[in-house]
Design a protein around this ligand. Structure first.
Ligand code: NCD
Length: 291
């Protein structure tokens, strides 16, 4: 049986800590397993820079062999379905399939029909397990744990798989999590806090991009106004608690949700998140191939 990584709800807290420990072990230069016999197919049906290429970096570091699928030059253009495309790679006998797709829970159609392990690189507005794991690793490196920390996730909550996955896992780990941003992007199931108050009282200020590609065409959006009302300006960043950190899954729209000069400021861990991403994905791949 393949060990899929579909969302974090399937994992116990113990299993999550094991993955973080393994990622930290790789980050600290610990020995790597021999994965040179494994072939991994990266199937990104949705755009991606960080997730796709940090998976590839992780695969290269583990000496795996990598197939990178390019939707634009594939038989998708001949109307081949998502399901048949994935089944094709599975038929080749690859060991793992890293998949990103715009449909929530796309993997439900695949589980039981593929032999390879599926690693979810993001499903629609559903979940993004490896992003949350790298966020957790970054938080743990900073604070040594999770219990009692407060995080605000601010921005386009409704369209963000990062917000959804992080809210669930962070609260399971004993963190207090509030959402903030424009009311039209909030969801009733989450606690809301006004932006300035949340920024000033949180240990983790996680900013999100407004995911306009998921909005209905013609939704008005004024970047300058957004920045004034919900952007992490230098002034707002200066109001943060001592020791508090800034995070963002990226891509960042500099000057919109985060001021240009804040992106790489002392409190920002945005590029450290990316660094951690490759190590977390190494851990996730090794776990997937272990069974
Ligand atoms: C995010 C995603 O694709 O869910 N980015 C990422 O994976 N690092 C968030 C986003 O696109 O804004």
């Amino acid at each position: 049986m393949a060990t899929h990584l579909l969302d974090l709800q399937q994992l116990s807290i113990g299993e999550i800590n094991d993955l973080l420990d393994l990622a930290q072990h790789y980050r600290d230069g610990g020995p790597l397993p021999d994965c040179s016999g494994a072939i991994v197919a990266n199937l990104f049906f949705e755009n991606s820079t960080r997730t796709q290429y940090s998976f590839q970096t992780a695969e290269e570091r583990l000496n795996m062999r990598v197939i990178s699928f390019v939707p634009e030059t594939s038989s998708l253009q001949k109307n081949e379905s998502f399901y048949d495309t994935v089944k094709t790679f599975d038929s080749f006998g690859v060991n793992a399939l890293v998949i990103r797709h715009s449909e929530n829970e796309y993997y439900n159609d695949l589980v039981g029909h593929v032999r390879a392990a599926i690693l979810n690189g993001g499903d629609g507005t559903g979940s993004h397990p490896t992003q949350s794991l790298l966020d957790l690793l970054t938080i743990r490196q900073e604070f040594g744990g999770f219990e009692g920390l407060k995080a605000v996730i601010a921005g386009d909550i409704a369209h963000s798989r990062v917000a959804h996955t992080n809210y669930d896992i962070m609260t399971r780990l004993g963190m207090e999590v509030v959402m903030s941003g424009p009311k039209e992007y909030m969801e009733d199931r989450y606690p809301y806090e006004p932006f300035d108050e949340a920024v000033a009282t949180s240990d983790v200020v996680m900013m999100l991009r407004v995911q306009r590609e998921r909005h209905p065409d013609g939704t008005p959006f004024d970047p300058a106004r957004y920045h004034r009302e919900y952007g992490l300006s230098a002034k707002r960043a200066a109001s943060m608690k001592k020791g508090a950190i800034i995070m963002h899954p990226a891509p960042v729209n500099r000057g919109v949700e985060v001021a240009d000069e804040v992106v790489e400021c002392r409190r920002s861990r945005i590029f450290k998140q990316m660094e951690n991403g490759a190590f977390v994905r190494m851990a996730a791949l090794v776990r997937a191939l272990e069974s």
